[in-house]
Design a protein around this ligand. Sequence first.
Ligand code: NAD
Length: 475
Amino acid sequence: MYTDLSLYIDGQWVAGTGEGRFTVTDPATGEAVGELALAGKADLDRALAAAQRGFASWSVTSAYDRSRVLRQAAALCRERMARMAACMTRDQGKPLAESTAEAAAAADHIEWYAEEGRRAYGRVIPARNPAVRQLVLREPVGPVAAFTPWNFPINQAVRKIAGALAAGCSIILKGPEEAPGSVIELVRCFHDAGVPAGVLNLVFGEPAQVSDYLIRSPIIRKISFTGSTAVGRQLGVLAASELKLTTMELGGHAPFIVCADADVQAAANLAVLLKYRNAGQVCAAPSRFFVHADVYEAFAAAFAEKSAALKVGAGTEEGVQMGPLANARRLQAMLELVDDARARGARVLTGGQRLGEAGNFYAPTVLADVPPEARLLSEEPFGPVAPLLRFTDLNEAIERANALEYGLAAFAFTASVKTATELGNRLRAGMVSINHFGLALPETPFGGIGASGHGSEGGSEGLEAYLTTKFISQI
Ligand code: NAD
């Protein structure tokens, strides 16, 4: 059981004054593992005032000094990786190996931003009058309100915290109530590394109330949200009415195209890895598999066989490759989406059912010949279900791949450089990965277009998201 699920406001761990407490459960058993304090209005007011003071001092702290503190936070993340991972597996459910990798990656993300924060370069524009100096400065945008979900509790939080802090912003993060443990441990690393009081604040609460209150506050200058398209749209409307900048990392429905000349085994191996990582609860996971008719049967057989062979169980068990879904809503969604596809004529090659009675386990599932009207092909599954679709003409596959409003990630397999280039050019997505998985590194931009959102996290674009431009003309 967790004993200390607190809020972190103005440099102190505090019990929230919000009404009631949120019961955190273990998705592998359904049992309660802790009681989470929730923020009331008074807590949010304190966090806002603290973020305002934090911004006043942190924004004028040199990039060099900010970088030193961030590096120390990264070192603490590495040191405490095992503890952070154990918390994540307990309340989010993913296998320990995945949790550990996520905690380790957090240190990489922080280090990247520690370095990049020192390169928030401006420029000098040659003036018409030789006596005039024209300077472009990059300045931190101001206090940030960030909202992160339960699927990658550390990863989603760290990209926002490290980006904001590296740029000189302060931040109030509303973490995921359902999976708070590892986020609290992450924030503890920043606290222990010496981030000054008020610069970083962590709250939990009733999501709609907290976001509404923070976004409307005149103190907040930037909103960064990761979550569903539906919620992103609501928050975007509110932020726009307050004229606040936004970064939106929303849902996706990534195509995975296997061409006739592809290495089918390599494609099937990667499909299994990407489809079932975090039980498919990944915004960039492949979720529509377009396979050329010449290799369809071979790919389907290899994919189904490897899917059926996965060891599913509690994330704490040795050798487990896929854990439970993080909450009962996702389990219910899998049951409904697969029933719908089956009723419309899809063939279940493997899986297609809940596993056991306790916990949120659903079998790795591959569906063949899924008809176009199946809900699964337009609704993001966000779970371990893979619909296969046959194609003969690559143009048609690209058109179908591009047909949804989503545009986050896209994957493709081909042996031809010409086809690879064409796919890279024509797939409508914020990120395209061809013949391997190459997304979500600290130094590369991560983000979508259309209903998948806007703005990037990672890469120099990730720092850019927390900066504004000031032009100075001086004589
Ligand atoms: P949801 O739409 O209820 O919530 C998504 C996330 O937004 C959660 O973390 C939730 O706490 C938060 N949220 C909800 N209302 C909010 C509000 N008014 N203000 C601020 N935050 C709010 O959906 P869910 O059942 O939790 O998740 C399922 C769907 O969410 C998936 O289908 C997927 O599209 C999406 N999702 C996307 C990501 C991602 O990485 N982009 C992560 C988690 C969930």
